[in-house]
Design a protein around this ligand. Structure first.
Ligand SMILES: C[S@@+](CC[C@H](N)C(=O)[O-])C[C@H]1O[C@@H](n2cnc3c(N)ncnc32)[C@H](O)[C@@H]1O
Length: 328
């Protein structure tokens, strides 16, 4: 589809392929015809007072989100999907999972929820008064019961591909699908933190591979994928990668430039991303030496404590970090 290099438009035109609107998403959506978009995928502001958002009273925030969601539903194709990726709103230490308060908005607009996907990652803030948050959710809604869903392109490796049916008419045959298994609704995908290959100056990027799964399963080639809160352009990058059209809006001029730059890099094949097929880094498997707690380093020489005499050494537990007399 991307034989010759397409240009990036600033306004939505159905015949085009790439749109980055430098401004408010409602302005972009106004130009989108009814039913033109196959997939809306986004990570909206979470109302946490980040540099790109003004912290609002929760009701005002939800009213704002409802306006955008209503417009997205109008633009959505009859067999299309909306995926809203959110975390928690935090109010004086109390958390409000945003998907729970946004859910009624989607349902009142007649949408049907298909999955609430848990996106689990390992890194983030360390909390001292509650458990550290290590997941966010993607709520997936469709406009009707007849919707596009392709499982095969997003299957993942089977755990036991060599397993066979041990009884019945298929006894002896391999029991699993050779294309892989359904990835399930818990997705373990590294979040974009400082060491991630996709990290830019944007504070809240989602990873390209997360959007790729949605694009591959919920759209066909040539379909429009739209992100009302485009940020660094991740959604459009994932759309281009799989021959889809991509559109988005972004209000912060610096992020508009960033999104355009990443899209151009994707088009000329120079954008570095983490592959959807790459296993999550396992420090044990990689035999990473930082895994070994230094205080359990049994071979390390033990330093004598202040009043310890060298000749007493044999009576001390030298395996302990702090040598102490062995009690008998
Ligand atoms: C959570 S970030 C999205 C990040 C994006 N998923 C990525 O991978 O880079 C939300 C973005 O929405 C932008 N934004 C906030 N209000 C907006 C509005 N009314 N219209 C368009 N963009 C908006 C913010 O500037 C911010 O970059």
């Amino acid at each position: 589809m991307y034989g010759e290099q397409p240009s990036i438009q600033s306004e939505f035109l159905t015949a085009e392929r790439l749109v980055v609107h430098p401004g408010d998403c409602l302005r972009l959506l106004r130009d989108v015809p009814d039913g033109a978009i196959q997939l809306v995928v986004t990570s909206p502001p979470y109302n946490l007072g980040k540099e790109y958002e003004k912290r609002l009273h929760l009701d005002a925030y939800l009213a704002q989100q409802a306006e955008v969601i209503r417009e997205c539903v109008r633009c959505l194709a009859p067999r299309g999907s909306i995926c809203w990726q959110v975390g928690n709103y935090v109010d004086r230490g109390a958390i409000i999972p945003l998907d729970t308060v946004l859910y009624p908005i989607f349902v009142e607009l007649g949408l049907r929820m298909r999955n609430r996907i848990i996106w689990h990652f390992e890194h983030g803030l360390h909390c001292s008064k509650r458990l550290s948050g290590r997941y966010e959710t993607i709520v997936w809604f469709t406009k009707s019961d007849d919707y596009v869903f392709h499982l095969d392109p997003i299957r993942v490796a089977q755990k036991y591909p060599g397993k066979k049916h041990f009884k019945g008419p298929k006894a002896g045959e391999y029991s699993c699908n050779p294309l892989g298994k359904n990835p399930g609704d818990v997705w373990v995908i590294p979040n974009v933190k400082s060491n991630h290959v996709e990290k830019t100056e944007h504070p809240c990027q989602f990873p390209v591979e997360l959007v790729e799964r949605l694009v591959l399963s919920l759209t066909d080639e040539g379909d429009w994928v739209l992100d009302p809160f485009l940020g660094s352009g991740t959604t459009v990058v994932a759309a281009i990668r799989h021959g889809r059209r991509g559109a988005g809006a972004e209000t912060v001029p610096g992020y508009v430039s960033l999104a355009r730059r990443r899209i151009m890099q994707e088009l000329d094949g120079t954008l570095r991303t983490r592959s959807m097929h790459k296993p999550v880094y396992d420090p044990a498997e990689a035999n990473n030496s930082l895994r070994n707690p230094p205080w359990k380093n049994e071979g390390a020489p033990v330093q004598l404590t202040l009043f310890e005499q060298p000749e007493e050494k044999g009576e001390y537990d030298t395996k302990s970090r702090y040598p102490r007399p062995i009690r008998t």
